[in-house]
Design a protein around this ligand. Structure first.
Ligand code: NAP
Length: 258
């Protein structure tokens, strides 16, 4: 198997399980591979039975400056891609399309003061990449990361998110980050319990963060469950926030996850 104009063949270098159905993995990265934090890659795994390749989009969780690529995945029951992917191990090949995709990037916005990043499940991935971009920390006064999961064990990357203040590179900015955890299906001290949409609609999220959503200040990114994205989009529209479009920067940007 050799790479083509369309894709390169990379190697899985690390697989990290978080729960029975959640895992992260790293791959080598072609020197020519470019992306903007928040974008996604298209990955291919070989289906030897049918002599074909199964492709799927995956948001990139690693930083634009990292030598590797990192992805965060859920095993979709019966899913052709993730069931194969979850069996892959270190040293196995994976195809990566040369082109990167997607518009969940901060360059979609005009300048703002507060960047709100609302994620459910594996929708966290693009925000990890965005948080490892110095421009994000330099451009905003406050970064608000909301991670909604079903159970405490699914709070993947919590340690990493909490460690910016210990990082040689990010420590000077770390006070800008407000991290809100939502665990919807079990009580966990220090976390919120309601769905992010409910918290958004009731104003409880803003109260908890200590900042108001405001047209001039706030830029909002939504990623994850498509129903969450759709319901949040409606709530934001009702409050006069506009989605960013090509050539027409607005207040918020979205990415559906499936
Ligand atoms: P999920 O159902 O998306 O739940 C993650 C968090 O989002 C939970 O806190 C959940 O709250 C909340 N949530 C779900 N729907 C919401 C909505 N409409 N509004 C606001 N919040 C909402 O869980 P997941 O583990 O990330 O994914 C669940 C399943 O989705 C997977 O098992 C898989 O089958 C599928 N999935 C498919 C793909 C794909 O590419 N095909 C990718 C990711 C996930 P509640 O506890 O209240 O539901």
């Amino acid at each position: 198997m050799i790479g083509t104009d369309k894709y390169t063949i990379e190697t899985i270098t690390d697989v990290r399980p978080w729960t029975e159905s959640l895992f992260s993995f790293r791959t080598t990265r072609d020197r020519g591979y470019r992306f903007v934090p928040g974008q996604f890659a298209r990955l291919g795994v070989r289906d030897h039975e049918h002599d074909s390749t199964v492709w799927r989009a995956y948001s990139i969780a690693s930083a634009a400056h990292d030598e590797h690529l990192e992805f965060f995945s859920v095993v979709v029951p019966g899913g052709a891609f993730t069931s194969r992917l979850s069996k892959l191990k270190e040293g196995d090949p994976i195809l990566v399309e040369r082109k990167s995709y997607g518009f969940l990037t901060t360059d979609r916005f005009e300048a703002g003061k507060d960047l709100w990043m609302l994620a459910t499940g594996t929708g966290l991935a693009p925000f990890l990449s965005i948080l490892h971009d110095f421009a994000t920390w330099e451009s905003y006064d406050n970064l608000i990361l909301v991670q909604s999961v079903r159970t405490q064990s699914e709070l993947a990357y919590e340690d990493l998110i909490r460690s910016f203040d210990k990082s040689e590179y990010y420590a000077e900015f770390a006070r800008k980050l407000r991290y809100v955890r939502i665990v919807t299906r079990e009580p966990v001290p220090g976390t919120l319990r309601d769905r992010v949409t409910k918290l958004l609609g009731s104003g409880v999220l803003e109260e908890n963060v200590g900042l108001r959503l405001d047209h001039a200040r706030s830029r909002i990114m939504l990623c994850g469950n498509p129903e969450m994205v759709e319901d949040s989009r409606k709530l934001l529209n009702e409050r006069g926030f506009r989605i960013s479009r090509r050539g027409d920067p607005g207040h918020f940007a979205v990415e559906n996850y499936w």
